[in-house]
Design a protein. Structure first.
Length: 169
């Protein structure tokens, strides 16, 4: 006989790679590969928040599962996850958990620190960089610049007048 704990265990094993795949798509589509994402462990949070409801829904739809073999139950669970938990659905759940404002603030802080510690940009007053960085309103727009290799591109595209703001020695 299969009970809720066994179904939960089997569904967890199938959901984990799907959620991780959806999270990788989310990170890639939003240019977040180089930044710290808030809250931490979104895949784990999604799994723990969604799994109990998914198990209950599976049991409701598959009430005849009591007399099924382990292989039949595994097939039904796999089908359920395939059809009910597609990438689009998981992406919407991830977007709900994702804290864009906290992640954006973390990227802003990183960008300002890099600009203040990279020559020749370190010759410009911090307030100028804060204003320029804060003008970018979406994390996916700013995150693509969040490493030293792309700092020049940020300055060129978002702060072309930086030389006019050099501090007087």
């Amino acid at each position: 006989m299969f009970n809720e704990a066994m179904i939960t265990q089997r569904m967890r094993g199938i959901l984990i790679p799907k959620i991780e795949q959806a999270f990788e798509v989310f990170i890639s589509e939003n240019h977040l590969t180089k930044v710290k994402i808030y809250p931490e462990d979104i895949p784990g949070k999604l799994l723990e928040s969604y799994l109990p409801a998914a198990v209950k829904e599976f049991q409701k739809v598959n009430q005849d599962v009591e007399n099924s073999s382990a292989d039949e139950i595994d097939d039904r669970i796999a089908d359920y996850v395939l059809y009910e938990c597609d990438i689009g659905f998981l992406l919407s759940k991830i977007q709900f958990i994702f804290d864009e404002e906290a992640t954006l603030q973390g990227v802003r802080d990183t960008m300002i620190e890099m600009l203040q510690n990279t020559s020749p940009y370190d010759q410009v007053h911090r307030d100028y960089w804060v204003r320029r960085v804060n003008k970018v309103r979406h994390v996916h727009d700013l995150a693509k610049y969040a490493d030293r290799d792309h700092l020049d591109a940020f300055v060129e595209e978002k702060a072309a007048d930086w030389k006019e703001n050099l501090q007087e020695e």
